[in-house]
Design a protein around this ligand. Structure first.
Ligand SMILES: Nc1ncnc2c1ncn2[C@@H]1O[C@H](COP(=O)(O)OP(=O)(O)OP(=O)(O)O)[C@@H](O)[C@H]1O
Ligand SMILES: [Mg+2]
Length: 305
């Protein structure tokens, strides 16, 4: 995947508003077929970044290319190849969903009716009611169909699952993975770590306009810590455990040993078995959430290429 052609590329991309730098010197490369998750707290610059990809906002400095094209001069050509769910979809809401989607097809000069009907069925979307009569989630489904039904090369999603029930979210995630398998590239901004964990290959974390981490999910999980509780046959030498690779802390209470490990627990378990017998092991799952909360809060930011 790392070798595919770049579908989105930003270099020193910056957008300043009076009083705030919304996007600050952003370097990102998203390759064909990749599902890229874009996470960050409120006001971090996710929507502003997305809007610059589609010429809905213009950079103050730096550059952005989509399909190798500059959105400022080739927005129409880019938009024909993109499906976009904005953070606040706007509809001509007198129309029924089906009518709205047909008109979108007409504007794009294509016919996506076959895929649209299949996708609508899967999402349990109501195409025959006026959009304004729909519930929040059912309206969001129309926005998803608008972005997906024409099977675009690039799918840009700004918090697409807001308002969707878990079952529909699940189906939608499945549809994204299928699209990626067929070669589509997905750029997904989200507040949901669980969502990004389920679908994304790679994640970027943005905070106050700056990219504070870019990594695979596996890479980020490596940074997460696991708490392991061991019940041993005899009291352990705690210092020995503290010196092990990946161990971030250890304390003992009689024969009970609690160790916080980053990454693999291999060294810990081997050392314990070397020492004595293990009667019981309990572990609290690696907490990816904590890793992200650290990124969100971190004062010293760290960027990985
Ligand atoms: N049109 C605008 N004029 C002035 N400031 C803006 C404008 N659009 C965005 N901003 C500011 O830019 C910063 C980034 O906003 P942006 O909407 O990109 O954040 P976000 O990451 O999408 O947040 P959220 O998770 O709440 O959607 C914020 O400080 C916001 O107030
Ligand atoms: Mg936003």
């Amino acid at each position: 995947m790392q070798t595919g052609r770049a579908v989105i590329e930003t270099r020193h991309l910056t957008k300043a508003f009076p009083g705030v730098v919304a996007v600050d010197d952003l370097d990102l490369t998203i390759r064909a077929g990749e599902i890229f998750g874009f996470l960050g707290p409120n006001g971090a610059g996710k929507s502003t970044t997305i809007r610059m990809l589609l010429d809905l906002a213009r950079p103050t400095s730096g550059r952005v290319e989509v399909f190798g094209l500059d959105p400022r001069v080739a927005a129409a050509a880019i938009l024909r190849r993109v499906g976009y769910v904005p953070s606040e979809p706007a509809f001509s809401d007198q129309l029924t969903g089906r009518r709205f989607l047909r008109e979108a097809d007409a504007l794009r000069g294509l016919d996506s009716s076959a895929t649209r009907e299949v996708m609508a069925e899967r999402l349990d979307a109501e195409l025959d009611r006026r959009i304004r009569e729909l519930s929040t989630g059912n309206r969001q489904k129309i926005a998803l169909l608008h972005a997906l039904a024409h099977e675009p090369e690039l799918i840009v999603l700004d918090e697409p699952t807001r308002g969707l029930d878990p079952l529909v979210q699940h189906t939608f995630h499945e549809m994204l993975r299928e699209a990626a398998r067929h070669g589509a590239t997905v750029f997904l901004s989200s507040h949901s770590l669980a969502e990004v964990d389920r679908v994304a290959d790679r994640v970027g974390v943005i905070r106050e306009g700056r990219l504070v981490a870019v990594d695979t999910l596996a890479g980020l999980k490596e940074r997460a810590t696991t708490t392991i509780d061991l019940e041993l046959a005899s009291a352990p030498d705690v210092d020995r455990f503290r010196r092990l690779d990946g161990v971030r802390g250890a304390e003992a209470d009689g024969t009970h040993l609690r160790v916080v490990v980053q990454g693999s627990v291999d060294a810990l378990l081997r050392a314990a078995l070397d020492d004595t017998e293990i009667h019981a092991v309990r572990s609290a799952a690696a907490d990816l959430e904590d890793v992200f909360l650290d990124f969100y809060r971190a004062e010293d930011v760290e960027v990985e290429p």
